[in-house]
Ligand binder design. Structure first.
Ligand code: BDP
Length: 694
């Protein structure tokens, strides 16, 4: 039993000797949000008693986090891998933890209370340390606890849409975090802080570059830069992946073709994979956007997506890497419904992908809208490993400025029953989960304090998709603001109503893709002149004098038939379709009777008004928190809520002005008229809106 005692007890050290660090409180400073949900870094007064068995850098990081982050009076902690002989007498239940699961458990050893943090690998111990910190910072009892958790999805990645010139596609938090120009020589300390934040929520991979990839990112110079980042990330359990441009064998290798059936192309990828693994031995693999929105791919040669993916998979397989092959495909030459095209292309390929291919499917069938139904491919490819891709960055939910907590959006999708197999939900069908990152070089990382919550919630749900988004909002709020219960409750309530508010003022009842062109900033439901039909908002809402909505039943595109039979049958009828998705699946008259007794038009107007009123409420609630929140974060959030108020009103007014121009209906009595004529809204242009594609 003695050997299981903490080292300081065995060594006869007085506990106080371990209290390294200054005993004085850190100087008060404004909170610029850099510390995220992790509390201040640097010297602190706290120095909890923490011992480690083992010497890895990962274990040292875990111990340091606990020393700095736990209160000084916390029960002493012992960190060790489950296999350490010193833990054997405790007979801890660690067999089921896998490679990443952790156990944090209070024990009494020789009369001394101890908290054991353990797992089967060093990274699992690190995850356990962060779980303990989360628990403590959220006010949990640390004297008597058992925290055990194993991730449900093995591959949990952030996809950075970062370009090599430092810009970020759909990024609203400043330039790319990666300073490609000074890498690999200079490793900005932020890289480690970024990895630390990801480890704290269980994210274990990062795709460094944009899916709209340049071949250069696979050149020797850029592999060296990626390797430098991988070296920083490794102790935090974060593996590096790269987006690969399918035509790279031609652009970099000078080949005449990138046809996956051509042996020279396959050999080029094999050599490239070997080169990458020499520099990055734990390289995660490739993410590929092929034959999508102008990107090259196997279809250019008449080969299938499986042919393309399997060629890359063969190159990575000897090294243990995976290919994440995106199913985000649609073609202007295809006159069918855009929402049905990915299923039509990929479903017949089920069973044809190599075992180290993961087909990555966006959560909904179109494109990260404020609300979409589940993508029909989930559950439909039982012989293929699937990944769900979410957008953490808010391309369609107000960029950096609008408060929209996405926990409910992620959870709503992950909880959706596929209805293909008993008990199967979208979440339970996954081999991987990816979030398009909202992280940039802004001091607060994500462009706003509340956007940090979306990074946090993505990580927590990626680890365990059964978590409750409200509970996640609460633990984030407690860690981020450290406020008393009433203020915490108020912030959680604000977060929980925020996404629905965005749905209401941008497009209620399943309307989608009504955004201004290219930049996707602000309303543009009238746009009908873009060269590809499915790039135009009018393609999606199909409003005319008589009605509105996209008929995806057998009378229309019949996309409903792609869902499992029971679900398809319900979605085929407006009465059995959830009202929040009504216009996604049905074209109905403006007079369609809604569940509450109103006509569709009346209900739509009320929803738009409700969305605006909700944002007014968010701002008032925030104003009431002014005495309790630090001035820097309060002021920025207040200003952003002011922007959101103005833009919610703009969305509502422009949308109603447009719908009235189509349906010829009046506003219900007492409803405020739009501030301007429709022509005014149509004239607004935003040439410098951030995040547009390059
Ligand atoms: C859309 C974005 C575009 C991305 C594309 C994708 O507007 O910038 O390149 O998705 O996911 O949401 O590939």
């Amino acid at each position: 039993m003695n050997s299981a005692r903490p080292l300081w007890i065995r060594a006869g050290l007085a506990a106080s000797a371990l209290l390294v660090g200054a005993a004085t409180a850190p100087p008060a400073r404004a909170n610029d949000g850099y510390d995220l949900w992790l509390g201040p870094q640097g010297p602190t007064a706290a120095a909890a008693k923490v011992e480690v068995i083992g010497t890895s850098r990962t274990l040292a990081i875990a111990a340091e986090e606990l020393r700095k982050g736990l209160p000084r009076e916390a029960t002493p902690v012992l960190l060790a891998r489950a296999g350490e002989p010193a833990l054997a007498p405790l007979k801890l239940a660690t067999d089921q933890l896998g490679n990443e699961g952790y156990l944090v458990h209070s024990v009494t050893l020789s009369g001394q209370r101890l908290t054991i943090v353990t797992g089967n690998t060093d990274v699992a111990v690190l995850y356990g340390a962060f779980a303990l910190l989360r628990h403590a910072r959220a006010g949990g009892d640390t004297a008597n606890l058992t925290l055990a958790s194993t991730p449900r999805i093995p591959v949990r990645v952030l996809d950075h849409w970062d370009n090599l010139d430092g810009s970020v596609e759909r990024g609203y938090a400043g330039q790319s975090l990666w300073d490609w120009w000074t890498l690999p020589d200079y490793k900005d300390p932020r890289y480690a802080d970024y990895a630390r934040a990801n480890a704290s929520i269980g994210i274990n991979g990062v795709v460094l570059n944009n899916v709209n990839a340049k071949a250069d990112s696979l050149s020797a110079a850029y592999i060296a830069k990626a390797a430098a980042l991988a070296d920083v990330f490794r102790p935090y359990g974060l593996r590096v992946y790269l987006s690969a441009r399918f035509s790279a064998p031609m652009e970099l290798g000078g080949l005449k073709t990138a046809d996956p059936r051509n042996p020279a192309a396959a050999a080029w990828w094999q050599a490239k994979a070997d080169e990458i693994y020499r520099a990055i031995p734990d390289f995660g693999g490739f993410l590929v956007k092929a034959n999508s929105e102008g990107q090259p791919g196997p279809r250019d040669y008449g080969a299938s997506h499986a042919d393309g993916a399997n060629m890359l998979a063969a190159a990575l397989a000897p090294h243990g890497g995976v290919v994440m092959w995106r199913a985000f495909v649609y073609a202007e030459t295809d006159p069918t419904d855009r929402a049905s095209q990915a299923y039509a292309e990929f479903k017949p390929l089920d069973g044809k992908f190599s075992s180290n291919v993961i087909v990555q499917v966006k959560n909904g069938p179109i494109d990260f809208q404020p609300r979409e139904p589940m993508h029909p491919l989930f559950g439909a490819m039982p012989a293929t490993r699937l990944a769900a891709e979410f957008q953490v960055t808010k391309e369609y939910l107000g960029f950096a400025t609008h408060l929209a907590y996405l926990g409910p959006l992620f959870a709503e999708a992950l909880d959706t029953p596929t209805e293909r197999r008993a008990g199967e939900t979208m979440g339970s069908s996954l081999a991987a989960i990816a979030g398009v990152a909202n992280v940039g070089r802004d001091r607060d990382w994500s462009g706003s304090t509340f956007n940090q919550a979306n990074w946090y919630a993505f990580g927590r749900l990626a680890w365990d998709f059964t978590l409750d988004p409200r509970a996640i909002a609460r633990e984030w709020t407690l860690q981020t603001f450290g406020l008393p219960p009433a203020a915490t409750d108020k912030i959680v309530a604000m977060m929980m109503r925020s996404r629905e508010a965005v749905v209401d003022y941008t497009g209620p009842f399943g309307l989608a893709h009504l955004f201004g062109s290219d930049h996707h900033y602000g309303p543009g439901p009238w746009i009908d002149d873009l060269k590809r039909p499915e790039w135009n908002p009018v393609y999606y809402h199909r409003a005319d004098r008589n009605g509105i909505g996209f008929d995806r039943t057998a009378r229309g595109s019949n996309t409903v038939a792609q869902y499992a039979p029971g679900l398809a049958a319900r979605l085929a009828r407006p009465e059995t379709t959830p009202p929040e998705l009504l216009l996604w699946f049905h074209h109905v008259p403006w007079t369609y009777p809604m569940p509450g007794g109103e006509t569709l038009w009346q209900a739509m107007v009320r929803r738009y008004d409700h969305g605006v009123a909700e944002v007014d409420l968010l701002r008032r609630e925030w104003a009431s928190l002014k005495p309790q929140v630090d001035a820097e974060r309060w002021t920025k959030t207040d200003a952003y809520l002011g922007i959101q108020q103005r833009e919610a009103r703009w969305w509502r007014d422009a949308s109603l002005a447009y719908w009235m121009s189509i349906n010829g209906l009046a506003l219900p009595a007492g409803v405020r008229k739009p501030d301007h004529d429709l022509s005014w809204y149509k004239q607004q242009h935003f040439p410098f809106a951030p995040g547009g594609p390059r």
